[in-house]
Design a protein around this ligand. Structure first.
Ligand code: AKG
Ligand code: FE2
Length: 264
């Protein structure tokens, strides 16, 4: 394990707050990613979960030290690849976006039990169908049927990225595929990774100066409500602190609730 490829505290806090982390695999070279794009456009790998055996070059992506280091940082050293894998292709001139959704059942916890690792072998622009995500939404619950009726949401981010990017997201993040106006298909390889054991110590490059968070010690970058509607934000602040402490292996039974109570 190359410790240089592990995330640092700021990157872990960014993931806790926003629910995603981007890795760029430039060193594999543009010909490598172009070749995978071509393979995905053929019908040779239409084999569902079997794609990891069928398109063996993908091992270079998912075993890449930067991808492996980020996954270990978020899920622990004994994390494993989930057997579910899928090639998501948005065909050329496909003019329907998906509705906003979460892939799993969000039960709004303070843990990172599973992540998505979405690899894009080609440049993704607004033209050819980026995945849209809502940063921070991994800690938000909404009835799924209502969520599916939302269109543009304030703060949404279109993952316009360069070829060879892997977007690692919390499994519960709200996201959707968007329409493809271009004349070529857009491919995304979706792999899932699972945590196997509870954290007992940080699995990233941790500086002990950044200790557990209690009450006032909110982690930096936590965004507040645009105007007034604080209830969901209080819940999220508490969950983020709890997530940080849990990842450190030091979950404390205090958090934003104690802070609110201290205000009387
Ligand atoms: O293809 C994409 O950009 C996202 C696909 C997706 O979220 C899904 O099919 O669950
Ligand atoms: Fe999805």
């Amino acid at each position: 394990m190359n410790r240089d490829c592990l995330l640092d505290d700021a990157q872990i806090m960014h993931f806790i707050n926003h629910g995603y982390h981007l890795v760029e695999l430039d060193d594999l070279g543009s010909a490598f990613h172009a070749n995978i794009t071509e393979e995905c456009s053929s019908n040779r790998h239409d084999v569902g979960n079997g794609i990891y055996d069928s398109l063996t070059a993908l091992r270079k992506v998912y075993e890449h030290p930067l991808v492996h280091g980020a996954l270990v940082s978020l899920l622990g050293e004994d994390m494993v690849m989930n057997p579910h894998r899928h090639l998501h292709t948005t065909p050329a001139h496909f003019m329907n976006s998906q509705t906003w959704h979460q892939d799993g059942t969000n039960f709004r916890h303070n843990q990172i039990r599973m992540v998505l690792a979405m690899y894009y072998p080609q440049d993704v622009t607004l033209e050819n169908g980026p995945t849209v995500i809502l940063p921070g939404s991994h800690l938000r619950n909404a009835p799924t049927d209502r969520m599916a009726t939302y269109s543009n949401i304030q703060g949404q981010v279109f993952l316009t990225i360069k070829a060879g990017t892997v977007a690692i997201t919390h499994y519960d993040i709200w996201h959707a595929a968007t329409l493809n106006r271009s004349d070529r298909p857009r491919h995304m390889l979706k792999f899932l990774f699972d945590r196997k054991s509870e954290p007992v110590k940080p699995s990233w490059n941790h500086d002990p100066i950044n200790g557990p968070k209690i009450a006032m010690g909110l982690i930096p970058e936590m965004v507040g409500p645009p105007s007034g509607y604080t209830s969901d934000y209080y819940k999220e602040w508490e969950l983020r602190n709890k997530m940080w402490n849990w990842l450190l292996g030091q979950e404390l039974k205090v958090g934003a609730r104690a802070f609110i109570d201290s205000l009387g």
